[in-house]
Design a protein around this ligand. Structure first.
Ligand code: PNS
Length: 164
């Protein structure tokens, strides 16, 4: 680990996938702590899992990293939450080139809002390249198998949601 900084990894995590998990584990090689910050917006909430369920899944997945990986949630601006938590770096994963424009815009806007907060991009692992929470939900809802793409506890909860 190169430093004692805290990184914040924001997202919807509806649900957390193995792509997210891989990114957190690789972030831990560089930063002392990672906050997995679940963004909530009660006015536009169309998530499959409740906030409580998402927090639980993240906590279960990273139970072995207690003290270094923390799950929490926030409403409002990410930059404000990062400041409240003492995070100096935002982590985001890049999959295909199609992610780039959206991510670039967010990073620029966050930089404008809080220039001292850096955004670090990491390439997702090759086996997670095509995985997204949205696709995982769609495949499971249509009876497809996503084992290996999400942690085991998430797989069980996904199947329960869709009563499979
Ligand atoms: O998993 P997602 O949906 O790609 O995550 C997007 C997220 C939560 C990182 C982004 O929407 C966000 O930061 N929301 C918090 C509100 C905010 O700060 N908006 C301005 C971003 S430039």
């Amino acid at each position: 680990m190169a430093n004692n900084e805290t990184a914040i990894y924001p997202g919807s995590f509806d649900p957390i996938t193995n792509g997210h998990v891989d990114l957190v584990k690789r972030t831990l090689r560089v930063f002392g702590k990672v906050i997995v910050a679940i963004a909530t917006n009660p006015d536009k909430d169309r998530s499959l899992f409740t906030l409580q369920e998402r927090l639980e899944m993240v906590n279960e997945v990273f139970a072995e990293f207690q003290g270094r990986v923390m799950a929490d949630s926030f409403q409002g601006l990410l930059v404000d939450h990062a400041e409240r938590r003492g995070a100096t770096v935002v982590i985001r994963g890049l999959r295909a080139i199609s992610d780039f424009e959206y991510e670039f815009q967010m990073a620029m806007m966050n930089h404008r809002l809080k220039p001292q907060l850096e955004t670090f991009f990491m390439m997702t692992g090759e086996s997670e390249f095509y995985t997204s929470s949205r696709l995982v939900k769609e495949v499971v809802s249509l009876g497809g198998d996503v084992s290996g793409l999400v942690p085991d506890n998430v797989l069980v909860k996904l199947r329960n949601k869709f009563k499979l």
